[in-house]
Design a protein around this ligand. Sequence first.
Ligand code: MN
Length: 131
Amino acid sequence: MAKILVIEDNAVNMTLISAVLGINGHVVLGARLALDGIALACSEAPDLILMDIELPGMDGLEATAILKGAGATAHIPVVALTAFAMKGDEARFRAAGCDEYMAKPYDYVELLALVEMILGRPSADGRAADG
Ligand code: MN
């Protein structure tokens, strides 16, 4: 079981992602805005962040760059969720610090598999992220 922060402004997507993760035993925290998500990342220290790129106000890339630039949150893996997986976008996401990305519309089986794969990676101190 892991603590996963979902930053997503679309209520339907948020509900579906939360359901898929919750059914699979994870604790889900949600934020609709980047700034709220950053605050939650700092206070809750989630194991993983799913970051919608298209957010009102501050977008997901800027939020990711802030999280990756802050000592307390830099180690948290970020998966970019985007409607715009076009040529060149992966490089933009990686430059902002995103560890992985997934294009909409989501395949929830694939999304869950990606989440479990990232959570199973050894973290910097040698423990699995969900251990
Ligand atoms: Mn959005």
